[in-house]
Design a protein around this ligand. Structure first.
Ligand code: OAD
Ligand code: ZN
Length: 373
């Protein structure tokens, strides 16, 4: 499919490890021949074997969740990068994409799409905007209530340890924790602004919301334009925001702990960021499963190189997988570091405050509805 290109192209694309079907694909997955496979395996071996650190250089005293906690607590760990996906928001009631049964891509039958990911494909959208607009209405959050995992990221910031939070999510929940905007990189954009695909006129969140809720195709109101207006979320086949690339360049070489949260690591170029940290840097992956950590070494190379996650390899000195929900994993980590009580207190008081706000908003909406009858 045009626009789902791989490799050096900066456009967003799903990746397909061998044996995993991902619906519509670009060239890479299906065309990997025997010779290429052999080369890929060679590269994979190269990446996993090339890095040999002296004991003195190893950062973790113990390659385990507890070892990461001990390191996190130390003064040596001050530039943490968190990389997040839909799994950090499922406990807020927002479905992820690929979990069998509950994930969004298993629940789009009514749209008769050529494949589930077409709903976020720029070319498909320009020809058929209705399915996306209908889905956007269905999924528009009634309220914004961050999860304990979101508050853990804010806690890392409050403790002066967060370098940056990279998220693929478009739900903007991290902002509601009070995490400053400059600490957040929204790799796949958000609904906050929209643009006309023809003349590039910008539209506000309220404007697009009104169109979506009225089930009208959002069309540009600039004189003589009538172009299609699309929220600034990154569709397959579109380039990621410039800020993503500039921050990656600035941040990743400084990262001294990478925490990967609630993502299947299926979509490029985001997934390959795991390989952009220095070879010494420990990497902790908190997720319900190991996602697509069998990364194609070619893709890793093309996206800037680096080592794939190697939890089970002999000689692993830095990669830790924690099978848990993001909330449980973050609470446990915070607990081990000695911040658990504070985190629980924050979650409790912030949820109480937000619940009160949500109740007031509901009352206002009901009053307005009553008055307009
Ligand atoms: P996925 O649905 O691909 O992956 C979510 C991951 O989180 C899966 O590995 C789940 O097992 C895991 N998970 C779910 N709930 C969890 C929980 N409570 N705790 C821990 N893990 C949990 O979502 P992403 O990786 O975010 O792009 O998907 C990446 C991109 O693909 C999205 O940004 C989206 C999609 O196409 C758009 O087009 C908008
Ligand atoms: Zn226009």
């Amino acid at each position: 499919m045009e626009g789902e290109k791989k490799g050096k192209d900066d456009g967003k694309s799903p990746k397909k490890p061998e044996g995993k079907e991902e619906g519509a694909q670009g060239a890479q997955g299906g065309q990997t021949g025997g010779a290429i496979d052999a080369l890929a395996a060679g590269l994979s071996n190269y990446f996993s074997s090339a890095v040999k650190l002296d004991d003195a250089e190893k950062v973790l005293s113990e390659v385990s969740f507890e070892g990461v906690a001990k390191y996190l607590k130390s003064d040596k760990c001050t530039n943490i990068i968190t990389m997040a996906g839909a799994g950090i928001s499922t406990s807020a009631g927002i479905p992820d994409f690929r979990s069998p049964g509950s994930g969004l891509y298993d629940n789009l039958q009514k749209y008769n799409l050529p494949d589930p990911m077409a709903i976020f494909n720029i070319q498909y959208f320009t020809e058929n905007p209705e399915p996306f607009c209908h889905l956007a209405k269905e999924l528009w959050p009634g309220h914004f209530k961050p999860t304990p995992c979101h508050y853990f990221v804010k806690q890392l910031h409050d403790k002066g340890k967060l370098l940056r939070h990279y998220t693929q999510n478009i739900d903007t929940l991290e902002h509601y924790t009070g995490l400053p905007a400059d600490k957040i990189v929204e790799a796949h954009g958000t609904f906050r602004t929209s643009h006309c695909l023809k003349c590039a006129k910008e539209f506000s969140q309220d404007w697009i919301k009104e169109k979506i809720f009225a089930e009208e195709t959002p069309t540009c109101d600039a004189e003589g334009c009538a172009g299609l207006v699309k929220p600034d979320i990154v569709f397959f086949g579109e380039k990621l925001p410039d800020r993503f690339f500039s921050c990656v360049k600035e941040d990743f070489e400084k990262c001294d702990l990478l925490i990967i949260l609630g993502t299947s690591l299926s979509v490029q170029p985001f997934a390959s960021l795991t390989g952009r940290v220095p070879t010494k840097t420990p990497r902790l992956y908190i997720n319900l499963d190991k996602g697509n950590t069998d990364v194609d070494p070619f893709m890793m190379l093309l996206m800037g190189g680096g080592s794939t996650l190697n939890f089970d390899e002999e000689g692993n000195y830095r990669d830790v997988f924690k099978k848990a929900t993001c909330d449980e994993g973050c609470y446990s980590l915070s607990e081990l570091v000695g911040w658990g009580k504070d985190l629980r207190k924050t979650v409790e008081s912030e949820h109480k405050r937000l619940d009160a706000e949500i109740a007031t908003d509901k009352q206002k909406t009901n009053a307005t509805k009553g008055a307009s009858k």
